[in-house]
Design a binder for this molecule. Structure first.
Ligand SMILES: C[S@@+](CC[C@H](N)C(=O)[O-])C[C@H]1O[C@@H](n2cnc3c(N)ncnc32)[C@H](O)[C@@H]1O
Ligand code: SF4
Length: 507
């Protein structure tokens, strides 16, 4: 049976923020959060029975001050702020923050849960630091804000500052003429246990590949025309998925030909292909990618334990991973990224140490350390009860192991993000050798550059820096729908493309 937290909001309607913060303290699978009305919470429907918690969060705004009070039983926590601005958005931001702060202090007092990211519930924590850096706050001031205003742990605050400092020089000054291109290939040999990405196993969807490429090439051609007309320059291309190398070389060639014959690639600074699974990588497709001037590859172990690889349904061994990596390096790929996941079923610190030792021997230019997220659309979510998963403390210790190895491999953190449903509410960190930072990853996380995203499930982000505005334009997620409704996908994006200014804006 689930525990129930009943919440009454008075004077505000920040239910989303309250719910997200509560998730940090109460495990969502075992606790249900129910918002109830402040009026007559003593009536039958809203009655609090034993075992339930009644939480009251109140916001009062009076005489230019906002006061947030959070209470459970006799315990109260209060946070106040001066409202010096008349800007509605600023007032909302400040009042939201104090509601979260008072709630955080209350929950921290009543539970012994570790919440390393404090009241930061968003998935892109570095954005706050970029904003402060742009407003010329000193490093000391930024650290103090992160620790005292957002209640972030000291080491996470330091990590965030270092990451933002590295990313900053790739993002600023913002050049509106530059955009990036994402192309999604939603096919994989089989579906991994934890995956929720747009990926269709070959067994079920091989017959749709050619129609998919037809639709995708049509989308590329249409966007290429708009890119030319608006005078945009492509800074980076990222072909991801799924696993692009699931396609044959002739299928890949149709996509690459369409790109290079329709788009001016003279300004391209980086071209990534997520080869991903070693069971799709061979000499022929690697040579093809090299010839097509791909500059960065992902070859992803996830773990170097053959036992775990079997459990998560990867369809390749650690030995095959090493072979693919060596083949790619031998062909001349200098920037190879490797993804690993911490918290995979049955893995402990020893397993992570073993994985890192193996990767240290390969010495990739990039390493991305993910923390397992139990995503809604994954098989893992349905079968969670069958697996033993680590707790937050164990995940923290395993992340520390990866951090230490990364350091000794000459890698430093350069981008990070968080996801919903992550085990232990921690983070994903991208590490790099100096000079090998993936510009696309930095841009996608900080959301200051327009990313035109093509293919099934791809979400374009059109940025309007003058207005500090971002519009997301998603493509449909279903393969057949995408093929059928391709003109609609193109039209949706065309509307936003025509609004993008081609005038360079340096800010
Ligand atoms: C777009 S995905 C897939 C790339 C490629 N198809 C592969 O699997 O190697 C990029 C990365 O996200 C990570 N990832 C995917 N699902 C995850 C999950 N549920 N929890 C944590 N990390 C995940 C994996 O490390 C994966 O390599
Ligand atoms: S190979 Fe990658 S995209 Fe494909 S199913 Fe596995 S995790 Fe998902």
């Amino acid at each position: 049976m689930k525990n129930i937290v009943k919440v009454i909001c008075i004077g505000h309607d920040y239910k989303y923020e309250v719910r997200e913060l509560l998730k940090m303290f109460f495990v969502p699978n075992t606790t249900e959060v129910v918002f109830i009305s402040s009026k007559g919470h003593n009536n039958c429907d809203n009655k609090i029975i034993s075992g339930e918690i009644l939480l009251i969060t109140e916001l009062r705004v009076e005489n230019g001050r906002a006061i947030a009070i959070s209470g459970i039983d006799e315990e109260r926590q209060i946070t106040e702020v001066e409202l010096n601005s008349s800007d509605k958005n600023e007032i909302k931001r400040l009042t939201k923050r104090i509601v979260k702060k008072s709630l955080f202090k209350l929950l921290k007092r009543l539970t012994d849960t570790k919440v390393p990211w404090g009241i930061l519930t968003g998935i892109r924590p570095a954005k706050i630091v970029h904003d402060l850096l742009e407003r010329n706050f000193s490093e000391e001031e930024i650290l103090s804000i992160l620790i005292n205003e957002y209640y972030i742990d000291n080491d996470k605050a330091m990590l965030l500052l270092n990451i933002a400092k590295t990313g900053h020089r790739f993002i600023y000054p913002i050049d509106e003429t530059k955009v990036s291109l994402y192309i999604g290939i939603p096919f994989c040999p089989t579906r991994c246990l934890y995956c929720s990405f747009p990926s269709n196993s070959l067994k079920q969807s091989a017959h749709l590949i050619d129609s998919y490429i037809d639709a995708l090439c049509r989308e590329i051609r249409s966007m290429a025309k708009l890119i030319r007309e608006t005078g945009k320059k492509i800074q980076t291309i990222y072909i991801g998925g799924g696993t692009p190398t699931t396609l044959s070389v002739s299928q890949l060639a149709r996509i690459f030909d369409t790109i290079k014959y329709t788009i001016d690639l003279n300004h391209l600074e980086e071209f990534t292909v997520e080869a991903g699974r070693p069971d799709t990588i061979n000499y022929k497709n690697l040579m093809f990618l090299k010839k097509e001037n791909v500059t960065r590859l992902s070859i992803n172990p996830q773990t170097m334990s053959n036992l775990t690889l079997k459990v998560i349904g990867r369809g390749h061994t650690a030995e095959e991973l090493i072979e693919s990596y060596r083949m790619a390096a031998g062909i001349g790929f200098k920037n190879i990224n490797m993804d690993i996941i911490i918290g995979l079923p049955g893995e402990d610190g020893g397993a992570v140490k073993y994985t890192m030792e193996q990767l240290q021997k390969l010495s990739p230019a990039n390493l991305t350390v993910h923390t397992l997220a139990i995503k809604r659309a994954s098989r893992l979510r349905e079968m969670k009860g069958n697996y033993s998963l680590p707790n937050q403390q164990e995940i923290t210790a395993m992340l520390k192991i990866t951090q230490n190895y990364a350091e000794s491999m000459g890698l430093r953190p350069y981008y990070m993000y968080r996801q919903k449903h992550m085990v232990g509410n921690l983070e994903n960190i991208g590490y790099t050798k100096p000079g090998y930072e993936c510009i696309y990853n930095i841009q996608i996380m900080e959301e200051k550059q327009t990313i035109i995203a093509l293919g099934v499930g791809a979400v374009s982000k059109f940025t309007f820096p003058n207005e500090n505005r971002l519009e997301r334009v998603p493509n449909v997620k279903n393969l057949e729908d995408y093929i059928e409704r391709i003109d609609e996908m193109i039209d949706r994006k065309a509307k936003f493309m025509s609004n993008l200014t081609s005038r360079p804006l340096i800010s």
